[in-house]
Design a protein around this ligand. Structure first.
Ligand code: NDP
Length: 786
């Protein structure tokens, strides 16, 4: 070929990366790997192959761990824990730095091995995955160093079980292992069966840097190994990334166990293009959003929402760009897309695309892709219906579905029209528009004029069925620590010892408070009332017997009161201060209620009341102070980590401290902008029902606080089941806690339960924890700097 011909065609020549070193690494291990437990390699007879999806070639045999191996790995991690904690943050930081350097020193070996094992282009493993892995270890080495100052009120959780998927094998490993080690935990990690090789190379590196044995254990195998790990009683926390389906299984299986859980699950993220966007940048953004990593990205921008006025122009550009993509050998540096991970995944993608075609959508695909191997062409569906299967389901392949919108309100509605809430990408040159739309999108990450950028300093994670918890940033560290003050929750109640020799005032039965829904008093739908007895067994009053229908009405009212969240923290603080003042003004009446209904002495009633007023003032003060951060990420962005309210929060109050337990939960929740549905103490609900008169006179908007009285466990069950309740706090029995965790699974709501233990409501040792549990962090990537 002459130079002129080359210039005429501008064809790429092949630019293959050598696999020599990777093959030597595999040969050195005789193409067979054991489990890495307690600093040693344990070989197994039971094995399965690691296969290159681009060629079908078997790369090595991997060990299938048994439940005894899982047990041995957990025991090794347990044994290593005390010394690892004792080592302290500064020493742990040295190990993390050493791991970061080792990853950098062997970066090309990691990159090639990852491409061989997973099928992703070397360009991506070399320039994105592996540099980000090193960045994670460096960043978290810093956090280990700073733990004693920046996280002095927190300590390690213990032994952590980590289960990761196949789409970013080493990167997901680093997201899990780096923060866990930094905070003083030891761990057992299971990579995905399809992509274990780089995790095993990482185990070798742990060995080489002299990481104490048992601190990191890596066990390979199929899903059953993950299940055995998640269910092992020696594990205190599980960190899982993978499908929503398996995430739900883990949530259910671990309910009631007290294991801390972070779940990073699926997504169907919107990619929204407004009419003033720079369309050429948008096209490259789309390539990164859905054709990066063959579309096997949990936060892939897989739903393109284009403003009607520019949609046709954008579609033309996309079709042209799609035809220029090159699909080929993952080790070729000139390709855009490699192979998908496995024949099963290829089958899944193909079947979704067939469904889309059968639904009659207009489809564009690249024609020229390699034959043999797990290759799938970049695919574009145009003008699909919002209800279509390919619009609703996570395909996890290079398949983009496009639809149009007219107004930005419609864009928001379409963007949120999914059961997921992982990420979103917005494209506009109008900063006001971008920052107006951002808070209205239910997504853990929002990228403005960019997409699929990640950094160790920024949190990542979802809402709704995309799971909960964050990875990265300070918010990610919180998943690997627990408050030092564990005594805040105790087996023994902190409640006052009540004599039982109390008497009621005459008017008890005349005062039958109603429930409180949407700012109005409401009779129970059931038409029944329940007697409230004091400790002496006398009738102290009656309350409505709430049921499923009342919960539904209350949730609807709470949803309709969305504007509360849009208030400034200052405005919310003013209202909450007003609540405190109004409660103070009715001090005597509330004290009498506590002595009558709960058998308190005058002194005890005064104490609970004064603590309640103080608690309200405290959380009012926090309303405009518990704010976010600006994360210092590595690209041309700043990342705003905003504390957002969860939305509708269900609160099941403790039985003890009926007033303090009520304000101690409701007030921090509304201070952060949530609307709440509260079930007060079942045995002593009267001070909570009196409280709605205080709310009525304090400018609290209707629907922000809704109070449903009645049988606690039945009502808690309804709250936990309700799909539109986004978080639930439960203070009750161990059994009730388990029930709430099991039932939260459908909508993957965030649950906070006490496992039957008692909280010290009088001193409130976990003051800030109530604020943290009332929020989720949204990370917003805003263009900034040169
Ligand atoms: P899974 O959720 O099944 O796998 C993720 C990890 O969990 C793997 O290590 C897997 O092991 C393990 N695992 C499987 N079953 C259990 C269990 N019962 N308990 C504990 N751990 C378990 O994802 P798949 O690999 O099967 O992919 C299926 C679909 O999931 C994809 O098509 C895609 O839609 C979605 N997915 C989403 C990801 C995300 O990041 N959001 C990542 C990967 C997949 P093993 O691999 O050995 O089965």
């Amino acid at each position: 070929m002459t130079v002129k011909e080359i210039f005429d065609t501008m064809e790429y020549g092949p630019a293959p990366e050598s696999d020599k070193n990777a093959m030597e690494f595999l040969d050195k291990h005789r193409r067979s790997f054991g489990l890495y437990i307690n600093g040693k390699w344990v070989s197994k007879k039971d094995t399965f192959p690691a296969v290159n999806p681009a060629s079908g070639e078997t790369l090595a045999q991997l060990a299938e761990a048994s439940s005894e191996d899982v047990d041995a790995a957990v025991k090794a991690a347990q044994k290593a824990l005390p010394e690892w904690v004792k080592a302290g943050g500064a020493e742990r930081a040295r190990y993390l730095y050493a791991l970061a350097r080792q990853v950098q020193k062997h970066s090309r070996l990691f990159a090639v091995l990852e491409s061989l094992d997973n099928g992703k282009p070397i360009r991506e493993t070399r320039d994105i995955d592996i540099p980000l892995v090193a960045r994670h270890f460096y960043h978290h080495a810093g956090w280990a160093q700073l733990m004693d100052t920046e996280l002095r009120d927190f300590k390690e959780i213990g032994v952590v079980g980590q289960i990761i998927p196949w789409n970013f094998p080493l990167l997901m490993l680093s997201w899990k292992i780096a923060p866990a080690l930094a905070m003083g935990n030891t761990l057992v990690l299971k990579p995905a069966e399809q992509t274990s090789l780089t995790a095993l190379l990482f185990a070798e590196i742990c060995h080489n840097v002299g990481l104490p044995k048992g601190v990191v254990n890596i066990i390979t195998g199929h899903g059953s190994v993950g299940a055995a790990l998640a269910n092992h009683p020696g594990i205190q926390k599980i960190a899982f990334t993978g499908s929503t389906e398996v995430g739900k299984i883990i949530r259910k299986d671990t309910a009631g166990s007290g294991k801390k859980l972070s779940l990073e699950l699926g997504g169907k993220s919107p990619f929204i293009v407004f009419e003033d966007a720079d369309l050429d940048s948008v096209v490259e953004g789309v390539v990164d959003a859905i054709w990066f990593n063959q579309g096997q990205v949990c936060c892939a921008g897989s739903r393109l929402l284009a403003q009607e006025s520019i949609a046709d122009r954008l579609y033309e550009k996309l079709k042209a760009r799609l035809q220029k993509l090159v699909v080929g050998n993952p080790l070729d540096k000139g390709i855009d897309m490699g192979a998908v991970v496995s024949p099963e995944q290829l089958k899944t993608i193909t079947s979704f695309v067939d469904k889309g075609k059968n639904e009659g959508s207009e489809v564009w695909q690249l024609e020229n892709i390699p034959s043999g191997g797990c290759f799938f062409p970049p695919t574009l569906f145009l003008n699909v219906s919002p209800a279509s299967v390919i619009v609703q389901e996570e395909i996890f392949g290079p398949v983009l579905v496009a639809m149009t919108f007219r107004s930005h309100q419609e864009a928001i509605k379409l963007a949120n029209n999914t059961r997921y809430g992982l990420a979103a990408s917005l494209w506009t040159e109008n900063i006001n528009l971008a920052l107006d739309v951002t808070p209205k999108i239910k997504a853990g990450t929002v990228w403005i004029n960019t997409t699929n950028v990640f950094d160790a300093a920024s949190g990542f994670g979802g809402y709704r069925e995309s799971g909960f918890g964050r990875e990265g940033g300070l918010e990610g560290l919180m998943e690997y620590v627990k408050p030092r003050n564990e005594k805040a929750f105790a087996e023994k109640s902190f409640a006052f010892k009540v004599s039982g020799s109390t008497k009621t005032r005459g008017e008890a039965l005349d005062r039958t408070p109603k429930m409180y829904i949407g700012g109005k008093q409401a009779r129970p739908d059931s038409g029944y009332s329940l007697q409230v007895l004091n400790p002496a067994g006398q009738v102290a009053g009656e309350v409505g017997e709430g049921s499923r229908k009342d919960i539904r009405n209350a949730v609807e009212a709470a949803q309709a009161a969305g504007k509360w969240a849009e208030n400034t923290g200052h405005a919310r603080a003013q209202v909450i201060y007003y609540i405190a003042e109004n409660l103070s003004a009715r001090k005597k009446e509330f004290e009498e209620r506590l002595t009558d209904a709960c058998g308190y002495s005058a002194k005890e009633a005064t104490l609970e009341l004064s603590r309640s007023i103080d608690r309200i003032f405290t959380y009012a003060a926090y309303a405009d102070k518990y704010d976010g951060r600006v994360h210092n990420t590595t690209s041309r962005n700043v990342t705003l980590a905003m504390n957002e309210p969860l939305g509708v929060l269900g609160i099941v109050c403790p039985e003890e401290f009926p007033l303090l337990g009520f304000v101690g939960t409701v007030i921090p929740a509304i201070a952060m902008g949530n609307n709440v549905v509260v079930i007060p103490s079942e045995s002593a609900p009267l001070s909570a029902t009196d409280f709605y008169q205080v709310l009525d006179t304090s400018d609290v908007p209707g629907g922000t606080v809704n109070i449903i009285t009645g049988p606690k466990e039945t009502l808690a069950t309804e709250l936990a089941r309700h799909y539109d309740v986004e978080g639930i706090w439960y203070f009750g029995t161990q059994e009730g806690s388990k029930n709430v965790e099991v039932l939260s699974v459908d909508s993957m709501k965030r649950s906070w339960v006490n496992y039957g233990k008692h909280y010290d409501w009088l001193t409130n040792p976990l003051e800030k924890e109530f604020l943290r549990k009332a929020c989720e962090v949204k990370n917003i990537w805003v263009p900034y700097g040169a």
